[in-house]
Design a protein around this ligand. Structure first.
Ligand code: ADP
Ligand code: ZN
Length: 430
């Protein structure tokens, strides 16, 4: 099913022509109407007239999150010519936040993208979407809310948390779709299991839109099995209008990037040079339709790859692989490069384990992986636990090349997360 079949299936040459037209317009505009790009172009000697084809994108300087912070709050804002109707900030980890302004057209565009995304997964007017993401400065909940309203389905703006109430809403109003983080989905799956709720019999859920943080294919399968839903991966970032930048279609083989709105590149994060399709690197995005605050060649730090070739669904917009983490998520433990997602993949594939885990780095360079047991597997037999523990240690060592200390903990004893989960605690004295 299509929301806008013409644009979603636009032949590549026409799509690329449209991209070039929009890119040139954006570049001219930021050069004359923002403080930041005027300066940046002057410093780097870039001239807007240098963009003659899409390949010339490489001549443009990158924009980084440090640039956004250094030019806080409005250095990247286009002066005048539009109504500013919204401000979001993105927390990040250090120092000042990033301020992101939206015009009416920007909010409409974000809603339009989400309407495309939801329709593509088979959602329609008859559906009821319980939006279990955080409402507020975070773009995740609000943009999906607007997109779903645009599509004309009923939205329950429940926000995250209060699982008791979430369940009641789901039961009383026959919610068919939910939107939430993977960590809250895992927590909620535990919650209903403890209540003895059988989602296939007692609930009307069909689909779950899961994003805002990285998760693995194994986690997807766990959520699908536990909640009786089809899980669709959704990706976005506040700098690019929030969610709906890339979304899975029914084929569930990667996320389509709406290329009439965004230009994507994958670069080697060390050299900044482009890598060929299919090869992993850092995603760089350029907004083509943002009115209030266009951002060029934004280094997302998200690690992914472009999937070569057409998708069975017929859309011409290219797809991204599941994001495996941020380039700055990488941990260096005893000289080895370790991504938290590698650990998650192993933990989620071992039967007998629960759905919550925590990676602690301590002392000189010690890694401790704490993982909850599942309720069912906890039979009190010490030798079973010892065996499970050494099995996990071995599998982790084979994957990450470091032998962690594994601690099995009681179900429900690790901190539960409703928003973005904190999976790593680094207290090393290095
Ligand atoms: P903040 O930067 O404050 O966390 P954002 O909403 O802008 O707020 O977060 C965007 C980031 O969230 C992305 O750059 C990416 O790292 C992560 N993210 C969002 N969706 C996904 C997803 N489906 N898979 C993996 N990571 C995701
Ligand atoms: Zn597709």
């Amino acid at each position: 099913m299509f929301w806008d079949q013409e644009i979603e299936t636009l032949p590549r040459p026409e799509l690329e022509q449209l991209q070039l037209k929009r890119l040139r317009k954006t570049v001219r505009k930021v050069a004359s109407e923002t403080v930041f790009y005027r300066q940046k172009f002057a410093e780097t000697g870039f001239k807007p007239s240098a963009i003659k084809s899409l390949a010339d994108l490489r001549r443009l300087p990158f924009t980084t999150s440090a640039d956004l912070r250094a030019n806080y709050p409005d250095g990247l804002l286009i002066k005048g010519g539009h109504d500013l109707i919204r401000l979001h900030t993105s927390s990040g980890t250090t120092g000042k936040p990033k301020a992101l302004f939206f015009s009416r057209k920007d909010i409409d565009q974000a809603a339009e993208n989400i309407a495309r995304c939801l329709t593509m997964t088979g959602l329609g007017k008859q559906d009821i979407l319980q939006n279990m993401m955080t409402y507020g400065l975070f773009t995740g909940a609000l943009m999906v809310h607007y997109g779903a309203e645009k599509l004309g389905l009923m939205v329950i703006p429940s926000g995250p948390g209060n699982s008791e109430k979430q369940l009641l809403l789901m039961q009383d109003f026959r919610t068919t779709a939910i939107h939430l983080t993977p960590s809250y989905a895992l927590y909620f799956a535990d919650f209903i299991e403890k209540r003895g709720v059988d989602p296939r019999k007692d609930l009307a859920l069909r689909k779950a839109y899961i994003g805002a943080e990285p998760y693995t294919e194994e986690t997807r399968r766990k959520i699908e099995a536990a909640l009786g839903v089809e899980v669709y991966n959704c990706y976005g970032l506040s700098e690019m209008n929030g969610p709906g930048v890339a979304f899975e279609c029914d084929a569930k083989q990667g996320m389509h990037v709406w290329e009439d709105n965004y230009l994507m590149e994958i670069i080697d994060p060390q050299t900044g040079e482009p890598v060929p399709d299919g090869q992993t690197g850092e995603l760089v995005l350029t907004s083509l339709c943002r009115e209030a605050m266009p951002i060029l060649r934004y280094r997302t730090r998200d690690i992914t790859a472009i999937i070569p070739g057409p998708c069975p669904c017929g859309r011409t917009h290219r797809r991204l692989q599941r994001i495996t983490g941020r380039s700055d998520d990488m941990l260096i433990v005893r000289g080895a490069n370790v991504y938290p997602q590698q650990i998650e993949r192993i933990l989620m594939s071992i039967p007998g384990l629960g759905r919550n885990y925590l990676i602690c780095l301590e002392g000189l360079d010690e890694m401790i992986v704490k993982v909850e047991l599942s309720d069912a597997s906890f039979d009190g037999q010490v030798e079973h636990l010892v065996k499970l523990q050494s099995q996990i240690t071995e599998k982790l060592r084979a994957e990450i090349l470091v032998r962690p200390k594994v601690e099995l903990v009681m179900p429900g004893s690790l901190p539960a997360s409703e928003g973005k989960a904190k999976r790593v605690i680094d207290k090393r004295i290095l």
